[in-house]
Write a protein that binds this ligand. Structure first.
Ligand SMILES: [Zn+2]
Length: 565
């Protein structure tokens, strides 16, 4: 796996960025990338598992208390990581020579009522909190609720002019509670990218969409297929303190909830509807909202707290006097869920060893390798260990709104969230494959590793929109999120998927996501090397990566490049 020719570095500096229609921004500069490939190979040897193991073990210990944003454990992890970056010789890259880019978070802790009553014409249905529904406040105030509001089934709750799709059809939904399906239409490859989940299929889009209609509440119908995870994940992720960036002037609904599929079935049945029939209607462009003849009230006391977390930023300044103003940004989130609902064994610490101590470790070891180069890459490299990801990509969103390099100067983002702890693979997952010219580099590097790059192998789960690269894509930055492959060396073809599905079902966002000394980090070494070489190629190239023509983020990039051209 380590027999590397200099081909990647040489080729990447000259030919790799030709596929997009737009002109890249830089005048061709003398290629420095091909020199020093021998030393780049040597530096790559810094990428080994013991260094990563040490970091994973450290920050997933119980003493870090699950690294919940703003908690003692969060502070402790930030200090530890900044110290390790300093030890590697990076420069503090936040304002005032600090390692920390602080940001405020508003913690919203809703006292969920035990029961939620829905009244039909001559019947009522009472749902039980936890087993049947999960609810929270959508506003940053001391109480939230709604009174005698009418329930309307709105299908997917999507308005997408580019697909000629509008589930609302101009119906007045002000003051209503919207009952919505998760995901987006998935049966037609021409429509919402087939079974690939787009932003429209995400819960955060759903709540925003409902709020834009003036709805006072939105309830998403959970199915494991449409969410990509079991209801258990909704239960653990949506109870306790929910952090947000401070509210701006965006629309918000006071009540945001989830119900299980069975509860939704009972609920609509009370009003004489069949859930499957409603969903079938919703799979149609002609669908119009269906008032259910059900009303409901709910009220919650809400505890509001204000805390601070921070992104940890470390810089390796570029060696080229011109290009050093541009940057390749590696990200991994350092936070996890903190202390929460105990599991059956009474363990309440959500250690987040896999999610995301492994990603942090990969980015740290890449930093170590880049620092081992005799000369820094031409462009600068920023290591951004971002906070509050689990609460909705908040740290990276804050960075994207307050970047230390102008968006048009950010060459690319390479993100890690969850490493491969099961061994070498023949493949590697590149979430975002097919979207930008980074594809060509990553594909070539993987080939040198004797591996193949595969697109998201669980594309229905919408992973591109579920980790920090999405925050960068939203400001136009071409982005790659590297994830574990599924085709493991010397294992049956199904084995890898089984491991990952098992992790999702048993350990994902649970106290049992703990460090396991039996983890085999060989695959993480390979994946970190892939990110190292890819980032190096981008940092040393004459040209900037571009989104593929017609990509959903292409226009944002052109807008970002305009002021710096
Ligand atoms: Zn994560």
């Amino acid at each position: 796996m380590n027999k590397f020719s200099s081909a990647v570095l040489i080729l990447s500096s000259t030919l790799l960025f030709a596929c997009g229609q737009q002109e890249a921004t830089n005048e061709p500069a003398p290629a420095a990338a091909d020199s020093g490939s021998e030393s780049a190979l040597q530096a790559a040897e810094q990428i080994e598992s013991e260094y990563m193991r040490e970091i994973i073990k450290e920050i997933s210990q119980d003493s870090y208390e699950g690294r919940g944003p703003g908690s003692r454990g969060d502070v402790k992890a930030r200090l530890y990581l900044a110290e390790r970056l300093a030890e590697l010789g990076l420069e503090p890259a936040a304002a005032d020579d600090s390692w920390e880019q602080p940001f405020d978070l508003v913690g919203v802790n809703s006292a969920q009522p035990d029961e939620w009553v829905f009244n039909g014409a001559d019947d009522s249905l009472t749902l039980k909190q936890w087993e049947q529904f999960i609810v929270g406040s959508g506003i940053q105030e001391e109480s939230a609720g709604l009174t005698d509001a009418e329930l309307v089934f709105v299908g997917y709750g999507i308005q997408a002019p580019e697909f000629d799709w509008d589930d609302y059809k101009g119906v007045d939904l002000n003051g209503k509670v919207l009952l919505m399906m998760n995901n987006d239409p998935d049966w037609d490859p021409e429509l919402f990218a087939g079974d690939t989940r787009l932003w429209y299929g995400r819960w955060d889009y759903k709540y925003l969409s409902a709020a834009r209609q003036g709805a006072v509440g939105a309830i998403i119908i959970h199915t494991s297929k449409s969410a990509g995870y079991p209801f258990q994940v909704v239960q653990t992720s949506w109870t306790g303190v929910q952090f947000e960036l401070p509210a701006g002037d965006e629309p918000r609904s006071p009540v945001k909830g989830w119900v299980t599929e069975d509860s939704a079935r009972e609920l609509v049945a009370m009003a004489g509807f069949d859930l499957d029939a409603l969903r079938e209607q919703a799979d149609n462009r002609d669908f119009t909202p269906v008032p259910l003849g059900i009303t409901t009230s709910i009220n919650m006391d809400v505890e509001i707290q204000r805390v601070q977390s921070a992104n940890i930023l470390g810089l390796i300044p570029g060696s080229d006097p011109e290009l050093k103003d541009e940057v390749v940004i590696y990200t991994a989130h350092h936070d996890h869920l903190g202390i929460g609902t105990p599991n059956e064994e009474g363990d309440a610490i959500y250690n987040g060893a896999f999610d995301n101590a492994t990603g942090v470790a990969q980015v740290m070891v890449i930093a170590k390798a880049i620092k081992a180069l005799p000369e820094a890459p031409r462009r600068s490299v920023l290591i951004a260990l971002v906070g509050a990801e689990e609460q909705g990509l908040l740290g990276s969103e804050y960075y994207a709104a307050n970047p230390t390099f102008a968006p048009g100067k950010i060459a690319a983002n390479i993100n890690y969230d969850g490493g491969n702890v099961w061994g070498h693979t023949h493949d590697v997952t590149y979430i975002g494959l097919g979207k930008s010219s980074i594809d060509q580099i990553a594909t070539m590097v993987a080939k040198e590793q004797g591996r193949v790059v595969k697109a998201d192998q669980f594309s229905d789960k919408g992973y591109f929109y579920r980790s920090d690269q999405f925050s960068f894509a939203k400001i136009g930055v071409p982005a790659m999120y590297l994830d574990t492959g599924t085709d493991f060396v010397d294992r049956s073809p199904e084995w890898g998927r089984e491991q990952q599905n098992h992790y999702t079902e048993v350990n994902y966002h649970q106290p049992s996501d703990e460090y396991d000394p039996n983890w085999n980090l060989d695959g993480m070494v390979d994946d970190a090397k892939l990110g190292y070489w890819t980032g190096l190629a981008i940092a040393n190239s004459d040209l900037l990566p571009v989104w593929n023509t017609g990509d959903e983020f292409e226009q944002l990039r052109l807008d970002a490049l305009a002021p710096v051209e």
